[in-house]
Structure formats: C-alpha cells, structure tokens
Design a protein around this ligand. Structure first.
Ligand SMILES: *Cc1c(COP(=O)(O)O)cnc(C)c1O
Length: 433
C-alpha cells in the first residue's frame, strides 16, 4: 500500500516509512492511497469470524509486501490478547474497548504499533526515539505497549496537573526506556512540541525519531478491527441492519479508523461524533466552517482537544458533504455527563466512565431530535470507569478495579517538569541518550 501526505500527493511512503516516521516531512499526516475493500465472503461473515481473523483481514492490505502473513499473525496474536465485547444495556449496545492492560481503547493501537515497529526495525542498530503527546490515555497505552522493547526509547509529554493520578502512574511510573515530561500547558501545547521536534532538522540528523500519537497511521489501522467486528455482530443480532455507532471523540483518530472500516465494507449505517464542550468538529458539521480553538478542561479529559489532528485525515478522504451524510455531530456538557453516569447506573446498574457517558448522552440528544435511523445503536466505551474513579465514585460509589489498574497504582511517579517551549524541549531531546 502506498501512503501520501495530507498536504501533498507528491510526498509518498510505504507502510514502513509512514509508520516509522509518523508525520510526513511536509508536516502532513500519512493517509492510504486508497481504502481497501474486504472480499465479499469476509463481509458476509464478519458477525461470526473470530477477532484475530478479522484483525488479519483488516490489516493485511495496509501492510502487504512489508509484513509477511506469518509475521502479521504473530503480531496480532501477541497484541490482541483481549477483544471488544458487545454488551446490551437498556435500548442499545455498549462496546467495551477497555479490556487491555491500561483499560482504554488505545491499547489496541499502541500494542499493535509497538510490535509492528519492532518487526519493521529488525536488524537496525540506531535506537528509535518515539515522542508522544497525551491528554491522559495515549501516554499510558504507548508507554505500556513499548515498555522494555529493545532499541526503542519513548518520551511522553503530558499536561501537568491535568491527568488523573492513575494516568500519571501509567505514564510516569514505568521508567527504563520510558521517560515522562510534565508540560506546563495544555494537551495542545504538548502536541505542538512533538510536532515541532519531529520537524526539527538538527534533531533529525542525529536521531531516528518517530511519533506514537494517533497521527501515526500504524496506530489507526488496527483500530478499524473492532469496528468491523462490532458491526458484524450487531448486524447478525439485529435483523441484518447496519448499526449506528457513537464514538466519544477528541483527536478523532478513533472515528477516522471507524470511517476506514465502513469504507472497507463493515455494515455501519452512520457514525455519531460525540464530543464534550470541545466541539470543533460538531460545529464544523453544523456550520461548514472549521475553526480550531484552545482546548477547555472537562471531566472527560482524554477528549479535551480544540484542534483535532485527525481532522486533516478525515478531510483528505471526505468532503464536507460526504461527512454530513455519514457523521452526526453532537456535544455534551459536564453536567449532562455526570447526570448520565448517575441515571444509567440507577436504571441499569451499568457503570459508564465520563467519556463513554458523553457518547451515551450524545445518542439520547440525537434520538430526542429523531436524527437516528433504524437499526441497532452502539456506543464505544472508550475507558473502564475505574480509570476515572475521581469522577465516577462520588456519583455512584466505588467501582471495582481491574487487576492491571491495581498494579499501576502501586508505581511511583518520576517525571521532569518543563515549560511549553520548543527550544527547551528540543534541548532536552539533544541531551537524551
Ligand atoms: C483518547 C480517548 C478518547 C478520544 O479518542 P480520539 O481517537 O482522540 O478521538 C476518548 N475516550 C478515551 C477514554 C480516550 O482515552
């Protein structure tokens, strides 16, 4: 598969280069030249195929000629040791994406990426430096995915004081090849620093650098897998009708992966892009004007993004008109989010984390406006509620902690605080290793 930059069709790469460099040299994001199609027999059996088989069929065309079938099978078998169960709750499904080691959906992408990098760089001597900006969950998933992978160093940048104690331990508690920087600023500042460092020529000359944000195509592609698995199962259980899937969104990598799955042939009727008050994309779908802005802090902090990177990718594939046909935008306030956590727990006993609650409430609002068509409705539950116990427990009481999170809570945080300043950050990178 060939990939090209969202900013110039002349800037091309194969999967290996697109994955290992992260950002295109012109500052754009790599997108596949075309979105492949599942063979028809695969589409008709998505509902009954195993998760690993769907993963193989989904990822194979994107890495063809660069990762052998056998290597791909090894990578996905070792990455996807958990799947994405579809659970009926009240009048809809929830898709639990939080059964991985850091209890958020980002484990799917991060674990695949780490194993793919290790394969693609077999035989290399120069260590690879991975830079990652996080609003909370990415950093933990990437740190966990790459922890102790030989030949790879990871630097995670997170907004100081704006991640939860658990997230901070997942990011800054591992040590060894994982370094944590607490940035005095917002997630957008962290992202700006990573982009600036990746574009810095003096660094490029001396180090092999890459990113691990959802700007990296190798994290995005594996996320298409659970959309196809979910859509297949939901159609099987619900009169063969395509499903409407609601995606709690921040940087829009997850939704972009869903769009890929739909284009490949997964039976999705429509997507709902549910945001908190950082509603740049819902506003765009409404008005047709794209206006990035400064992010605002909310209780669904993994979605506090005012300038979503993957919007550039979405618009490389789809016009405004296309997007309006397949994506409904909706935004949800913190009060609506907490109200939803309480109401759903009281009515059904189900615990929603704040991000998933944004998705739930987004569906309620669109249903009230009669905007959702026939067929099943599924909400992607992007994190385990225990990961956001600071928000959830005062509302509905204690949430049982999965074993992976209990272990993480025992780690000690070790991070260096830095200002949101490009030259300070680049200086630190020059000194490192
Ligand atoms: C990252 C994250 C999101 C947002 O996903 P994007 O791909 O950035 O849109 C939503 N919920 C949780 C829990 C997350 O960690």
């Amino acid at each position: 598969m060939r990939y090209y930059s969202t900013r110039s069709k002349n800037e091309t790469a194969n999967f290996t280069k697109a994955a290992l460099t992260g950002l295109a040299p012109d500052g754009g994001l790599f997108v596949p030249e075309e979105i492949p199609q599942y063979p028809t027999p695969v589409i008709s059996s998505l509902g009954t195929m195993g998760f690993l088989d769907i993963a193989f069929e989904t990822i194979k065309p994107f890495v063809k000629g660069e990762i052998t079938d056998n290597a791909l099978i090894d990578i996905i078998t070792s990455a996807f040791t958990f799947d994405a169960p579809l659970v009926p709750v009240a009048d809809r499904y929830v898709i639990e994406l939080f059964h991985g080691p850091t209890a958020a959906f980002k484990d799917f992408g991060a674990r695949f990426m780490a194993r793919a990098f290790s394969y693609l760089r077999r035989g290399e001597d120069l260590p690879l430096h991975i830079l990652v900006a996080t609003s909370g969950d990415t950093g933990g998933a990437v740190a966990d995915g790459f922890f102790d992978v030989p030949g790879i160093f990871v630097t995670v940048l997170y907004p100081k004081g704006r991640v939860t104690p658990l997230q901070e331990r997942q990011i800054a508690g591992l040590g060894n090849n994982i370094k944590a920087l607490a940035v005095e600023g917002s997630f957008d500042d962290c992202q700006m620093l990573v982009k600036a460092a990746l574009a810095d020529e003096s660094l490029q000359k001396r180090k092999a650098l890459s990113s691990a944000n959802s700007i990296n195509i190798s994290r995005l592609i594996p996320q298409a897998v659970y959309y196809s698995a979910t859509a297949g199962k939901a159609a099987l259980e619900y009169r063969s009708l395509p499903v409407t899937l609601c995606v709690p969104s921040g940087n829009f990598g997850n939704l972009t992966a869903g769009l890929y799955a739909m284009k490949m042939g997964a039976p999705v009727r429509q997507f709902i892009a549910a945001t908190n008050i950082n509603k740049t994309v819902p506003d765009y779908l409404d008005s047709g004007n794209y206006a990035a802005r400064i992010s605002q802090t909310t209780i669904s902090n993994a979605m506090d993004v005012g300038a979503p990177s993957n919007f550039e990718r979405m618009s490389a594939h789809f016009s405004l008109e296309d997007m309006r046909k397949i994506i409904l935008g909706v935004s949800v306030t913190d009060d609506e989010t907490t109200g939803t956590i309480v109401r759903i727990h009281n009515n059904t006993g189900y615990f929603l984390d704040p991000h998933s609650a944004v998705g739930w409430k987004g569906v309620d609002k669109l249903k009230a406006d009669n905007k959702i068509g026939e067929g099943a409705v599924g909400i992607l539950c992007t994190a385990h509620p225990a990961k956001f116990s600071e928000v959830v427990e005062p509302l509905i009481g204690s949430v049982p902690l999965p074993a992976s999170l209990t272990n993480a809570m025992e780690r000690t945080v070790s991070a260096k605080t830095i200002p949101a300043d490009i030259s300070a950050f680049i200086g630190i990178l020059h000194e490192a290793h």
